[in-house]
Design a protein around this ligand. Sequence first.
Ligand code: SF4
Length: 315
Amino acid sequence: MSERPLLAISSCLLGENVRYDGAHKKDHWLIRELGRYVDYRAICPEVAIGLGVPRQPIRLLKINEDIRAVGVSDATLDVTEALQNYAFDTVPSLGDISAYVFKSKSPSCGVFRVKQYHPNGMATAKGAGVYAEVIGQQMPDLPMEEEGRLCDPVLRENFVSRLFTYHRWQRLLMDDLHSASLIDFHMRHKYLLMAHSQAAYQRLGRLLSNLKGQDLRQVAKAYQSELMSALNRKVSRARHANVLQHLQGYLKKAIKAGDKVEIADNIAAYHRGELPLVVPIKLLAHYFRCYPNDYIAAQAYLQPYPDALGLRNAI
Ligand code: SF4
């Protein structure tokens, strides 16, 4: 596994002309910004199953509880099983993938609120595309998102944090697994986890509390599931503020009263929505540079992904 995370992505988002009409849906943020720090593996399931470019567009048709991917103009073109089988065949090759970005609204690649048409022509927006649904079921811990939702700063930050954390976890699993390395990972992710869910952090701690004689691969499997489920939860300003106050506590003997007030004021202003998260984080990072603390320096919370992405400027 390389040092740069590898992301699977719907090919049309990378600018490949693979859509039904021969066009693409190039996503500039994914290519120009995130692409500076990750590598991509492009996948177009509709092309992979042999539908040409251009081709007849397909849509989801809901008949009772059965959902089929069929041609828009010719419903006898039914590619449901072909897309599902391609997804099952693809899963084994995705073991080195740290996340997957799908094209929204697609009957193949969409993850959320894909339109399902009823025989009377009416449509409701719910459910996933046929290919993406199988990937999600087979790889429930893999960070997955749609490019459209990544325009939301909170969802974008959450997704990037999950993908880099999952990548760090995957790299840990590459080596011989030791109790010490699992405990070290948990220690380094304490405050990131606490921001998402204090209860999950405690459950994961209990999982690692007595590893003697345990099958570490089974423990790691359970840890991964709980870890990725916890990170999927959005972090409120109140929870970030709580973590920031905990971090400030490590400076209480080192800094002067006026500096403590400055940090507390910045955390409070962030909590009220008057400042972005990057401000109190940078202020704390400044004081931890002046008064180093090895335990805090190891915390993923302070830099869960490259700072230059600027994601904490917008939340
Ligand atoms: S949405 Fe998926 S199936 Fe459609 S063109 Fe893009 S990659 Fe291909």
